[in-house]
Design a protein around this ligand. Sequence first.
Ligand code: IYR
Length: 223
Amino acid sequence: MHSTKSAFIPYQGLTYSEREMTERSSAFYQYMDKRRSLRMFSDQAIPREVIENLILTASSAPSGAHKQPWTFCVVQDPEIKRQIRIAAEKEEYENYHGRMSDDWLEDLKPFGTNWEKGFLEIAPTLIIVFKKPYDLTADGQREKNYYVNESVGLAAGFLLTAIHQAGLVALTHTPSPMNFLQNILERPENERAFLLIPVGYPAEQAVVPDIQRKELEEVSKWY
Ligand code: IYR
């Protein structure tokens, strides 16, 4: 049995005046609104310490019962990136040639995507986020985790925010099905691939789709 005893320590929070809060929240929104998903990467390497900081930030996300049910796999080895590209393209070829509905293909047209995923080899770093529906103890026992999708989704959001804050770019890529990642990276049985995120600098002539974000009124209701 786990101990049910919990210890509490003073909250080391930061608070601001309403004026500072308004300025900070506005500046942060302006900054985050510049984040874009990118498919055109430079092959320039990113310092290891930066990637470590990005992962530490992601891993500071809230999670069900503080289980932190995630593993972030960092792939920089060109041979492993190549294997991942080949496996992802194999699945995506099937998706774009029959597995995706006509409506879905139509919805994707503005983004100019197709089955080819060259960025998986060009981007210097791939971060593959794995979720852990349960933990495995040293003696092989299963310990259930809670709200795993919510928790790992939050951690991925923190990761994308940290990547943007560092001045780097990323793509939230979801090749489907994604189980080839478990095999290539030889992950334990309790890990499932959740997102594949190429990270790097933008390519020099990088372009992004000309999209608009919904207005505040459309995404919020006040009561
Ligand atoms: N996974 C495919 C298709 C795709 C689906 C959605 I929804 C997107 O927003 C983008 C792509 C691919 O990666 O091409």
